[in-house]
Write a protein that binds this ligand. Sequence first.
Ligand SMILES: Cc1cc2nc3c(=O)[nH]c(=O)nc-3n(C[C@H](O)[C@H](O)[C@H](O)COP(=O)(O)OP(=O)(O)OC[C@H]3O[C@@H](n4cnc5c(N)ncnc54)[C@H](O)[C@@H]3O)c2cc1C
Length: 404
Amino acid sequence: MINLETPKKFKPLVSQANQVATEVFRPISRKYDLAEGEYPKELDMLASLIDGMNEGSDIGGAGATGVRRSDSDNGDGRNRNGTNLSTVLGVIELCWGDVGLLLSMPRQGLGNSAIASVATEEQLERYGGQWAAMAITEPEAGSDSAAIRTTAELDGDEYVLNGEKIFVTAGDRADLIVVWASLDRSKGRAAIKSFIVERDNPGLKLDRLEHKLGIRASDTANFRLEDCRVPKDALLGSPEVDAKQGFAGAMQTFDNTRPLVAAMAIGVTRAALEETRSCLAEAGMEVDYSVPALSQHAAAARFLGMEADYEAARLQTLHAAWMADNDRPNSLQASMAKAKAGRTCVDVTLGCVELCGAVGYGESELLEKWSRDAKILDIFEGTQQIQLLIVARQLLGKSSAELR
Ligand SMILES: Cc1cc2nc3c(=O)[nH]c(=O)nc-3n(C[C@H](O)[C@H](O)[C@H](O)COP(=O)(O)OP(=O)(O)OC[C@H]3O[C@@H](n4cnc5c(N)ncnc54)[C@H](O)[C@@H]3O)c2cc1C
């Protein structure tokens, strides 16, 4: 029997996150969609509030920094996180408010969860409380992250980074950028490590900021790294190039971040469904759960189909996060959740625009905005196609060389 209820201990966090989404995010949602690139200053005060929520809680917080590996991790590469479920639940609520604003929240970047996933205790201490973006993608390496060309060469007590990073979410506003670079390109994927680069490092040069279809409140930066020097201990995790472990160390980050992106998609999907339900009700059409979908008006039947997809995506996402919280390897479920939630979000938000007609397409409501915001959730942290590829590899027991 599947229990769809939110566990009691998470209810206060969910309710606080929903309050923030309702009272802070929703009222400024359209404003920062129109004012692309302008920093949403309202978030400064809010970020301090969320820090407070995180500090006062032993179940993790609402933002990306809530993701942690537990102290019991013995370095065997297994995922042992204590707070993924609460983080996912908080992110769902906040993205019901506005996903672009969540991505603009100080100290809640995807780089923060990367740090939380793989940093040593000393690194957590040093970099905690700062805002970290994540820089993996390069002009020649998107889906195939093993193809990255950025290099990190050891020179005395420093690494020297050279390369180019594109599409870095929150890259301009963050304090730190987690940069993926290779210690030795001849050693393949095992040599790829992540490095913390301070945003004001003179070797990190901002090329430009992107204009985008959706999530316009969030900045997306392109950088060049030119002889960018970082201290030796800015390398996250172990510097050892372990051919046996391959890409596993770096990929471990995705087991934590993919359920978070899926959670973002769940939040946006729910927002669109709720808006559509009231739009249909205003038109005199109530969705009836006591009769089969196909015995109802076609619009109600469509709504029920979309809602079923939403529920499936939500359960898959909670499952992936729950597995991480319970010492179970969750790479397969994290990819399944990301694929299902990303696709559902795109399909449902567009379906809602369609069902609501002119109201869905116009700017008086947020439905058209949500349908634009949705697409990125099916792209970053691995596209739809890449998630399906990972799922297929895992189910068929094939390596990345055998199935690509
Ligand atoms: C707004 C925005 C924010 C972003 N934020 C970040 C960020 O913070 N950090 C970061 O590192 N990156 C970020 N990205 C980059 C994002 O992760 C990449 O765009 C994504 O991984 C896809 O890479 P690509 O664009 O190079 O497409 P490609 O890899 O060139 O893929 C193009 C198409 O081909 C498909 N494809 C590729 N390989 C296969 C295959 N083997 N089988 C089937 N289909 C395949 C893909 O699914 C896609 O549909 C962001 C991108 C955007 C647009």
